[in-house]
Ligand binder design. Structure first.
Ligand SMILES: Cc1cc2nc3c(=O)[nH]c(=O)nc-3n(C[C@H](O)[C@H](O)[C@H](O)COP(=O)(O)OP(=O)(O)OC[C@H]3O[C@@H](n4cnc5c(N)ncnc54)[C@H](O)[C@@H]3O)c2cc1C
Length: 364
């Protein structure tokens, strides 16, 4: 996402941009929901990608449930949501195929004072006035730029899933109609909202219900067990949809039945391909290294409670395009990049701290 937001913003500002993506056969969606923050909606509109009301579902209320399913609190709040798959497809379609190079894994970067050199698996290189590393939280190229930056696990996980609206059990659809619904238990929080279908459709027969259950699953050994997938592979940070072991899926269902209001337990039970990710924080000291910039999750990962990941990637890219619009000579570009890094580092730190505070409030 960060690579595409930045590529689109830089192209619109007149720059000559190529995107290099390590995946060779398209990105497999995790199919899950994203809060469509206003800057993302503005980005889509400004760049002629999608008018504001398409691609998004909305709610006008937030409700907190009691364990028995009754409403504990009902607040007026307007929110907009989208789906990762639909948003990614729109951004990808807005970037020219000829400049989007798949199967190109970066293995090294040389950040010079007036140019950057990227090296790809297989040994080919690309020289550019500016390289942007938008490799996500597990970026390996980041290690070539700054040492000692590691994801810092928060000690809890997010179980996630989506269910087509047409497959929802009786009573579930009504609960989520126009409402962003939460349940806070002891050391856990589950929330759900409707998102567009995989193609971005927002009609009731196209939408999906997205849920996220933050759960303090116990100690390190419990987490390690949950993160071992059905192929027996021990994953460090997540198990993708369809890869949970059957016994883990059964535990998830039993826990939902035992601990959640029935509307959420029914929702979890109706989910075919639940998945799990560990929650972690990540911060870098700076985002600019000569003519190389780090952005999006490669620079800062704020906990999902902030609903900031995609919006931050878009804002980083937009701000970079604005910063480079100096109309000036080399020294001004260096100053612009330095200022961009300083501003975006401040914002990244603020969001990471906000995520930690929110997580501690929910999970204890
Ligand atoms: C396949 C996928 C599905 C996702 N689904 C969801 C979702 O459903 N809900 C949600 O909230 N968030 C999801 N996310 C995360 C969300 O996209 C990011 O948190 C946010 O948009 C910030 O984007 P980013 O560009 O910084 O990182 P990412 O979106 O993680 O993108 C990083 C990209 O860099 C590529 N890459 C990594 N290393 C290299 C390398 N060495 N060389 C070349 N390319 C490399 C990756 O293949 C990936 O395409 C998903 C991410 C991915 C990659």
């Amino acid at each position: 996402m960060g690579g595409l937001f930045t590529g689109i913003a830089l192209r619109a500002a007149g720059h000559d941009v190529d995107v290099f993506e390590r995946a060779s056969d398209g990105l497999q969606s995790r199919g899950a929901g994203i809060v469509a923050q206003s800057n993302v909606r503005e980005f889509l509109e400004t760049h002629g990608i999608a008018p504001p009301k398409t691609l998004t579902t909305t709610t006008s209320r937030r409700q907190y449930l009691n364990r028995d399913g009754s409403v504990a609190r009902d607040l007026t709040e307007r929110m907009a949501f989208t789906g990762w798959d639909a948003l990614y497809r729109e951004l990808r379609d807005a970037f020219p195929d000829a400049r989007y190079h798949t199967g190109r894994r970066t293995v090294d970067v040389d950040p010079g004072d007036d140019r950057a050199v990227l090296t790809f698996e297989g040994g080919s290189t690309v020289r550019a006035d500016l390289a942007v590393v938008a490799e996500g939280g597990r970026s390996t190229t980041r290690d070539r730029l700054v040492s000692g930056v590691e994801p810092d696990p928060a000690g809890y996980v997010a179980w996630r899933g989506v269910v087509p609206e047409g497959d929802l059990p009786d009573g579930v659809r009504e609960t989520f109609d126009d409402v962003f619904v939460f349940y806070e238990g002891e050391d856990e929080l589950i929330l759900g909202y409707l998102i567009p279908g995989p193609e971005g459709g927002t009609d009731p027969d196209e939408r999906r219900l997205n849920w996220v259950w933050y759960d303090d699953v116990g100690g390190e050994s419990d987490r390690r067990r949950l993160l071992t997938d059905e192929g027996g592979e021990s994953n460090e940070f997540s198990v993708p949809p369809g890869r949970l072991r059957p016994e883990v899926s059964a535990e998830l269902l039993a826990a939902a039945d035992d601990r959640l209001p029935s509307v959420f337990a029914d929702l979890v039970a109706a989910t075919d391909d639940a998945f799990v990710q560990t929650i972690y924080d990540l911060t870098v000291p700076e985002m600019r290294f000569g003519r190389v910039c780090l952005l999006g999750d490669a620079a800062f990962v704020a906990r999902p409670h902030t609903a900031a990941g995609t919006a931050k990637a878009a804002a980083d890219g937009d701000a970079l395009a604005d910063a480079l619009d100096t109309g000036g000579d080399e020294p001004r570009i260096e100053d612009a990049l330095r200022k961009w890094s300083s501003d975006r580092v401040d914002e990244g730190r603020r969001l990471v701290e906000q995520g930690i505070r929110m997580g501690e409030g929910y999970i204890g």
